[in-house]
Each structure stands twice: as C-alpha cells, then as structure tokens.
Design a protein around this ligand. Structure first.
Ligand SMILES: [Zn+2]
Length: 381
C-alpha cells in the first residue's frame, strides 16, 4: 500500500501534493503502524506525555494517537507542545502490564481477574467479578461465532478488553462523571470509545440478590445493559467498526440491541443470539402509530434521533427492528454493508446524502425497502 502511493505523489504537482499529504495521513493508517509518536501536550494545567501510533491527523494539525493500553488520544493543535517520531512499532500492553497500570490509576481496593479476552478490575466480591467475566467470555464466544458463520472476517483484538467493576453506584458515578457527566447517575455502566474500557458497578448492591450455584439472578433488563455495552466493546475491537469512525449509530446500536437478549440458562453457546428483543420490539410497535413516512430515511441519514431524549428510545427500537429484519431477510447484503462500514477511517464524517447513497448501493431504494420492512413486521413474534 505504501509504495504505489509514494510513486503517485512523485508524479503530482506541488499544489496537488499538499492536498494529497493531508488526505494520506488520514486515510493511510497502516503506514503509520510501524512508527511511534512521542507527544507532549498541555491539557488544562497539566502537561502530559503520550506514546502511540498516529491514527489520524487533521488539516489544522490536530492528531489522534493510539496508546499501548488501547486508549485513543485526540490532541488539539493548541494543546500540542512537542512531537517526535521513531520507527518502533506500537507494542500493546500485556494483560498483566495493563492491570498494573489500571491499579495505579484507580482508587484503592481493586483486585484483578484475567481471562482469555478480558482484564476485569473489581471492587466487588470475587464471585461477582467471576460471574461478570464468564458472562463476557460467553458473549465474546457467541459474538465471534455469529459473525464468522455469516462470513464476516473478524480481527483479533489488539488489546486485552478492560472492564472496571465498582463496588456501588456512588463510586461508579464518581469515576464516570468525568466521561459522561450527570448522565452517569442514571446509567448502569458504559463503554468509552476513547479509553476503550467498560465501567460499571456491582448491580446486586442493595438489591438483596445473592450468589447461588447458577450465578447471580439479576433481572434480564439489568443483564441486558452489561451485554449491550460489552457488545459495543467487542464490535469496536474485533473489526466490525473502527473507533471514532462514522459508523451510523443505527447500525452499531442495532447490533448491540440484537445481542442484548441472552438465554441465561444456557451455560455454553448463547444458542439464542438473534431472538426477538421483546422490549425493543414492543416499543417499536407503540411507535408505529405515530411513525412518520420518512422514519427510515431519518434513521439512516444521521444520528440525531438517538441523541434526542424525546426520540431516543424509538430510534433504538427501530434500529433493533431494522437490524433483525435485515439479518433475517437480507443477510448477504447486511454483511456486505458491514464490510463497507468496517473499512471507514476515524474522524471522516459522511453527509446524510452519502449515508443514504451507501445504504442504497447495497440494499436498494429506501422507500421500497421500507415497504418490505413494514410488511415483514407481522412475522416478528
Ligand atoms: Zn449502545
């Protein structure tokens, strides 16, 4: 990939070349995989250093760097103090090194539980951490199986997947408010695209739910939240989407809600991936009565409905229903579209028109698809 681009550059005029260099830095991530950036920047009163792979660079000199713990650092031009590059490749931290780094960052009282794909830092009972971890590993297995069977080639996560489990809501909110603000108070957990970590708390805390031989018997809705966030984390680390790329929210949320419905009685397979998500579908059925004729278009063309408190739940419900329909009726096209989206690079934003065009290039006319979608609904039961 490197050589032809350089040859092409040599043949171009200087003016064209300047334009090209900007585009190349953004588009050609892999070229930079062999180099390490050492960046010093000032954020607020603090001067910080970060070493990592250059992921993208904006025209005004802002950069995005991927560090060895899997965190993405977006550094504004005005924050940048100095920058130097060498030829060392980025060496992701091992699970042990990552655990040590996190223990040093987090408040007192955390212990570590490691498994094949996860590093769980917990302030809870060991049983609870192990139960969460087994849930996550089962999800990971089911998730990778599901896409592999549908012909999508997943990549192996470059970093151990980090999950931080706080003892109670108060300590979670204390940590999460820096990332999500006041919304943390009403959340059970979240996945952060910048740090690449999931944070949550002991959901049995204060509920009276006790450990039994079959684990913790939490309400299905509560478990769905853990699964939802964990699905995002796997999807962003195993190549379904690139972090901070313009993957449409309906698409990433459609996948997260599609996996939300685990059969907790099944110890192994999660045989039931793709079951009807009754909560989301009931919501969509309520929405149908007031669903505007252009609902599918607004869902596909931008992410606004997801960020609006009035419309958010309807948008999630429609994302689940559409995803379910597409995976049932147009699985080949869905995987083709997934492949297309998975190649999107960070920080390059599509216009609403581009989103529709790219969607229609795979699934055909949106209006026609909407008719087929509505006709399919009675079959969902
Ligand atoms: Zn989500």
């Amino acid at each position: 990939m490197k050589t032809p681009a350089i040859l092409q550059l040599d043949r171009m005029s200087r003016a064209a070349r300047i334009g090209w260099i900007v585009v190349m830095l953004v588009v050609m991530g892999p070229v930079h995989a062999l180099a390490l950036e050492h960046v010093v920047f000032r954020r607020g009163e603090t001067e910080r250093t970060v070493d990592g792979e250059l992921v993208s660079e904006t025209q005004d000199g802002g950069i995005m760097v991927l560090a060895a713990d899997g965190a993405l650092w977006r550094i504004e031009p005005k924050e940048l103090v100095s920058r130097r590059t060498d030829k060392t490749p980025l060496e992701p931290l091992s699970a042990d090194a990552l655990a040590q780094k996190l223990l040093a960052e987090l408040p007192e009282g955390f212990a570590v539980h490691k498994s094949a794909h996860y590093v769980v830092l917990y302030q809870t009972s060991r049983e609870y951490a192990q139960w969460c971890n087994s849930l996550l590993e089962r999800l990971h297995h089911a998730f990778t199986n599901y896409w592999t069977h549908r012909g999508f080639k997943l990549s192996k996560s470059r970093f151990p997947l980090v999950v931080i489990v706080f003892a109670n809501r108060a300590s979670y909110v204390e940590y999460a408010k820096a990332e999500v603000g006041d919304a943390a108070k009403s959340m059970l957990g979240h996945y952060n695209l910048d740090t690449n970590r999931i944070a949550m708390y002991d959901l049995t805390n204060g509920t009276g739910v006790r450990y039994t031989r079959s684990g913790f018997n939490l309400a299905a809705g509560t478990v769905a939240t853990i699964i939802h966030e964990a699905t995002h984390q796997i999807a962003y680390n195993c190549g379904l989407h690139a972090r901070l790329s313009d993957c449409p929210v309906w698409f990433s949320e459609g996948i997260a809600t599609f996996f939300e419905t685990p059969d907790l009685t099944s110890q192994r397979g999660w045989r039931t991936v793709g079951q009807i998500n009754t909560t989301r579908f009931a919501r969509f059925q309520q929405y149908l009565a007031r669903r505007p004729a252009d609902s599918l278009t607004t869902l596909l063309s931008d992410d606004k409905r997801f960020h609006d408190t009035q419309q958010g739940l309807d948008a999630y419900a429609e994302a689940w229903t559409l995803t379910y329909f597409l995976l049932r009726r147009h699985p080949k096209e869905y995987v083709k579209y997934l492949e297309h989206l998975s190649r999107k690079k960070p920080l390059l934003w599509d216009t609403p028109e581009e989103r529709i065009r790219e969607f229609e290039a795979v699934f055909g006319d949106v209006k026609e698809l909407d008719r087929e979608f509505l006709q399919y609904l009675p079959r969902i039961r």
